[in-house]
Design a protein around this ligand. Structure first.
Ligand SMILES: [Mn+2]
Length: 336
């Protein structure tokens, strides 16, 4: 197993050098409504920095929506700070983004200075960070952080290993989608250290009773066109649940590409899942929403958003308008 690369070792040391040079306050910012991968990444990075003598607070905007993610935070005793409780951040403070990049629709631009990004999403906007480690091939940001431990010879505590493992398991759906060699290597390494009993406890209850509304809407509203499933999940389905329900739609034998969406006060949110070899979820949603909103992501999973002001159709005609756009886009992209 060759996972020692001096190149990345230099990267983490570079980050430490940058962060320790100016005496700024350091925040690790996760994307809004953080998921296990962003939490695991932030938790791991916070430990590594502390180990290098640097204090950093983990912050985020929005709510942790999923029951199991809240359990993860609680059982692993992860200290996270909601931005609404931080009143003294200044523009001199340094922000290290994990599992996200500046300018993405799922991350709020806080007053601090985003000087670094560690992420595994494709780059849509080139930002001049002081430090960046962006690897779209990685299935989880947690794998990148786990590699920092290996490369820098830092012993990994049990609770950190468990958190990072949660991150990899969630983003790669238990190593069943969009994973790389790095994810495999890190999964094995972490698995030997992690508290598997606790991990099982975290994953035991994935749903709350109230989540069933989104599932029942999916079942009621799903339309199948060939191997494509499109489902309206009703109003106000939280982001994380939107993803889980599109995974659920994907579990249908007939479906290889799923598009789920929900209407919110501020606009329409989309989640896309793909297991075909010829389509790319990120490219599909980008093209579907072009001129209306924005979307993007990986080949196997992506998301998107149309602001309310850009919904030009009435809501009753929106569904068929959207379906047409989806089918046209798929038709176009299948000929590319
Ligand atoms: Mn992630």
């Amino acid at each position: 197993m060759d996972i020692i690369s001096t190149k990345t070792q230099t990267r983490f040391r570079t980050l430490v050098d940058i962060l320790s040079s100016g005496g700024q306050r350091i925040f690790i910012q996760m994307h809004n409504a953080p998921d296990p991968d962003s939490i695991g990444s932030a938790f791991g990075l916070q430990y590594l920095l502390r180990n290098a003598g640097i204090h950093a607070d983990i912050c985020y905007r929005g709510e942790i929506e999923k029951y199991s993610t809240n359990r993860m935070v609680e059982l692993l005793d992860i200290k996270l700070r909601n931005i609404r409780d931080i009143h003294d951040m200044t523009e001199d403070d340094y922000i290290v983004l994990v599992d996200s990049q500046k300018g993405n629709s799922n991350i709020t631009d806080l007053i601090g200075n985003e000087i670094a990004s560690i992420d595994h999403h494709p780059v849509f906007q080139k930002i001049d960070y002081l430090f960046e480690d962006i690897r779209p091939d990685a299935g989880a940001c947690s794998s990148i952080i786990a590699e920092y431990f290996v490369e820098n010879d830092v012993e990994i505590p049990k609770n950190i290993a468990t958190a990072l493992l949660c991150g990899i398991k969630t983003d790669t759906l238990d190593l069943s989608r969009g994973f790389s060699e790095l994810d495999l290597d890190m999964f094995c390494m972490l698995y030997r250290v992690a508290d598997i009993e606790l991990l099982n406890l975290i994953q035991l209850n994935k749903l709350r009773f109230r989540d069933l509304t989104a599932y029942s809407n999916a079942i009621k509203n799903i339309k199948i066109y060939g191997n494509v499933g499109i489902a309206y999940l009703g109003e106000d389905c939280p982001d994380s649940l939107l993803g889980t329900v599109s995974d659920f739609i994907m579990s249908l034998k007939e479906v290889e590409l799923a598009i789920a969406y929900s209407r919110r006060k501020e606009g329409v949110k989309f989640s896309v899942r793909n297991e075909t070899t010829h389509f790319d979820a990120g490219k599909i949603i980008m093209e579907i929403l072009e001129g209306y909103g924005n979307g993007g992501g990986h080949k196997s999973m992506a998301g998107g958003f149309i602001p309310d002001a850009s919904v030009r159709e009435t809501w009753s005609t929106f569904h068929s308008f959207l379906e047409n756009r989806i089918l046209e886009t798929l038709d176009r992209q299948s000929h590319d």
